[in-house]
Design a protein around this ligand. Structure first.
Ligand SMILES: Cc1cc2nc3c(=O)[nH]c(=O)nc-3n(C[C@H](O)[C@H](O)[C@H](O)COP(=O)(O)OP(=O)(O)OC[C@H]3O[C@@H](n4cnc5c(N)ncnc54)[C@H](O)[C@@H]3O)c2cc1C
Length: 290
């Protein structure tokens, strides 16, 4: 590990100033689960590291007036796993409780998972599928963007060098009539070969208005199967049994990973996984209580 200067600010304004003052080489550290590895292996050699672990507002969980769930960027997976969430927010707990191992979950943070932006990880898929808003701060002020715009198509995030992800705002607990997440990994502590989420909203008559089907592990950022999702619109959730589920799953697979480009065994395996996982998510969404 190359020596660096370490700061532990106690407030956001101080963190914004430190990042601005010490320049673009500065790295932020949340739980350190990815960054410490990069430092140890000398993949990153920052002159300055600013810790986010002692900033209380970054690890707070609260609700906005409209019922949106506001999660501080430095909230750990363990905190999310234990939170008493209701409605679709329970899936956030379940996802946080089913990644990596206990030590990663106790230190790793949802904001760190977002900023690490590894497409095989669960957090980017969760954020894009749920249309979360990312609240970003810097010495220049605060702004918020859609999760889909947070992840760069070329990989990584669209954060600037002075930016800190401050919190993530999830839609209210009752927004999705159905939400599902699934993934395939070889061992429990492995990143997923493919992960996927399906978020469904309905109108007053129970007809689907949005079906956001998102996959991780396929491209450099989460992949949205827009056309396959659109085929669900206008259908009632309880009519799912009459849908050509296998055909929609095949369309989703072709959309995000065209079979013509699946020239390796790994890509062919991913293509099959997408179909299997999508079929499961659609079947589950159509089931009572899905
Ligand atoms: C063995 C192992 C298995 C894993 N398996 C999974 C898995 O199956 N699914 C999954 O989703 N994740 C998995 N993870 C990843 C885990 O989610 C991330 O490593 C971890 O969450 C990163 O969060 P952190 O708080 O430790 O971030 P850090 O390591 O502290 O930071 C990661 C990166 O994000 C930047 N950063 C952190 N916070 C902010 C912020 N608020 N604003 C701006 N930049 C910031 C840092 O500068 C750094 O570049 C695994 C990790 C390990 C080590």
């Amino acid at each position: 590990m190359t020596p660096f200067t370490y700061f532990q600010p106690a407030g956001l304004e101080e963190a914004f100033s430190l990042v601005a003052e010490h320049g673009p080489g500065t790295r932020l550290m949340a739980g350190g689960q990815s960054l410490l590895l990069a430092l140890k292996e000398r993949l990153a050699r920052p002159p300055t590291v600013v810790s986010l672990s002692r900033i209380p507002e970054l690890s707070a969980i609260s609700y906005a007036e409209d019922g949106s769930l506001e999660v501080g960027a430095a909230t750990t997976y363990a905190q999310l796993q234990k939170a008493a969430f209701t409605g679709w927010h329970r899936h956030i707990s379940a996802i946080a409780g089913n990644l990596a191992d206990r030590s990663v979950r106790s230190m790793g943070t949802i904001g760190g998972g977002a900023c690490q932006a590894d497409p095989r990880y669960d957090v980017p898929t969760l954020l894009v599928a749920s249309a979360a808003r990312m609240v970003i701060g810097s010495i220049d002020g605060m702004r918020s963007i859609d999760a889909a715009a947070f992840f760069s198509p070329a990989g990584g995030t669209t954060l600037g060098p002075r930016d800190i992800l401050c919190r993530i705002v999830f839609p209210p607990a009752g927004v999705f009539a159905s939400f599902g997440f699934d993934k395939f990994r070889f061992r429990v502590f492995d990143a997923a070969v493919v992960n996927a989420a399906l978020a469904v909203t309905t109108d007053e008559a129970g007809r689907i208005t949005i079906a956001r089907l998102v996959f991780g592990g396929i491209a450099a950022c989460p992949s949205v199967a827009g056309a396959a999702g659109a085929r669900l619109c206008g259908v009632q959730l309880n009519e799912f049994a009459s849908l050509p589920v296998a055909d929609i799953a095949a369309q989703a697979s072709e959309e995000v990973l065209p079979i013509a480009t699946a020239t390796t065994r790994h890509r062919q395996f991913q293509s099959e996984l997408i179909k299997t996982i999508t079929t499961g998510l659609l079947t589950q969404a159509g089931a009572p209580g899905g």
